[in-house]
Design a protein around this ligand. Structure first.
Ligand code: MG
Length: 400
């Protein structure tokens, strides 16, 4: 269609579940034609809002929304400095909205534009946590009862909880954890779960980059007998060179990438086949345009996708994940946190989960909308997150 222009770009911030979500709405000169994109960076949502409203909007007004690739390439370098989370999320919000618009123009759901269905629905994994092993087991069995066959198992949240901590006098406040006690509890947890559940259920675990590199290598090796579907974020992005050693030590499948911003972070891991699942946060790398290319790159190296899907992705972002899942041959698994009724009221057209599979909405584009009146009922509070203030027992500040 000729002569369509972008006429407005704005952010909508909403927190139906207390987690700040950032959605970008791109409106066009065609009456009623607009797109939505996810730009959620919960911990810095106002910075993303400014990046969109103050910088992306003047950059985009008057441009042809159909030129997604050109807009993505030029937007990523328009600030000269690039590959940072705030600006990449801003570009993602716009990029997803442009794909949404393209689908609406074509009258096709996004997965059709990406090549069509490779499968009817995407298998998801859910999270099971608990204060002790028995509680985790009960949670896992309840999810299995609901039809889930892939379950991520944590004990006491990331890094474990409830260990006796030996801390110095006047230790600073923070989210304390003991890496050694955590590691012991994880190994005992999976021993216990396999004993009670057998070998059929697929079990996963997220280390959340909580361990020193050599301890992470040892944990991956010690978990090998329990046949995890994958071990997530066992090392931080700053220590990716350790993946070579980890790979040489064991065959525990490795998932990595939710903190990645820069292609230089994922390229060596894919090229050297050091990971099995790429699980970037799609808005964090700049949206559907780079995610689609990343999935295709991974396919050539036998790496599967497992896009990040926590509560701090908006339902618009979840919809984008699901369209990519459906259309990518090398899809592996989709993280799923469950979308509450409140979220579904704010975002009509959410992807639906049945019997452990998520189904995309077949409406044109991303197939999801945003009820702005409903969204306004749940304003974002600009709170400082406490869980990111992680500390070791001696008081040292560490990665959360
Ligand atoms: Mg994770």
């Amino acid at each position: 269609m000729e002569n369509i222009k972008i006429r407005d770009v704005r952010t909508i911030l909403t927190a139906p579940e207390g987690i700040g979500l950032v959605v970008v709405k791109v409106e066009t000169t065609e009456p009623g034609l607009y797109g939505l994109g996810c730009a959620t960076f919960t911990q810095r949502s106002l910075a993303v809002k400014s990046a969109v409203d103050d910088y992306m909007k003047p950059f985009l007004i008057g441009k042809d929304p159909q030129r997604i690739e050109d807009i993505w390439q030029s937007a990523m370098v328009s600030a000269y400095w690039r590959n940072g989370p705030v600006l990449s999320n801003a570009v993602s919000g716009v990029d997803m909205a442009l794909w949404d618009i393209k689908g609406k123009l074509a009258g096709l759901p996004l997965y059709q534009l990406l090549g069509g269905k490779c499968r009817e629905a995407a298998a998801v994994y859910r999270h099971a946590d608990g204060r002790d092993r028995q509680e985790v087991l009960e949670h896992v069995m309840a999810l299995r009862e609901q039809g889930y066959r892939f379950i991520r198992c944590q004990i006491g949240g990331y890094g474990g909880r409830g260990h006796t901590l030996h801390t110095p006098e006047q230790a600073l406040p923070g989210a304390y954890f003991d890496p050694a006690a955590y590691t012991r509890s994880v190994i005992r947890l999976f021993e216990f779960l396999r004993t009670h559940l057998g070998s059929e259920l697929e079990l996963l675990h997220d280390t959340h980059e909580r361990l020193a590199p050599i301890d992470a290598v040892r944990l991956a090796r010690d978990l090998e007998p329990f046949r995890l579907f994958f071990l997530e974020d066992v090392l931080p992005p700053e220590q990716i060179d350790w993946f070579r050693m980890l790979r040489s030590q064991c065959a525990t499948p490795i998932a990595m990438g939710e903190l990645f911003n820069n292609p230089r972070e994922w390229l060596p891991l894919i090229q050297e086949r050091l990971i099995d699942y790429i699980r970037v946060h799609i808005s964090q790398i700049g949206g559907i345009t780079p995610a689609r290319k990343l999935a295709i790159l991974c396919e050539a190296f036998g790496v599967r996708t497992a896009w990040h899907g926590p509560g701090d992705v908006s339902p618009v972002g979840h919809a984008a994940n699901v369209h990519l899942d459906i259309a990518s041959h090398n899809f592996g698994i989709q993280e799923w946190c469950g979308l509450s009724e409140r979220l579904q009221d704010v975002f009509p057209g959410c992807p639906q989960v049945r019997d452990g599979f998520v189904y995309p909405n077949d409406a044109p584009g991303l197939g999801i909308d945003l009820d702005e009146e409903q969204a306004a009922r749940y304003p974002c509070e600009n709170r400082l997150p406490q869980w990111t203030l992680a500390r070791l027992p001696d008081g040292t500040s560490v990665r959360p």
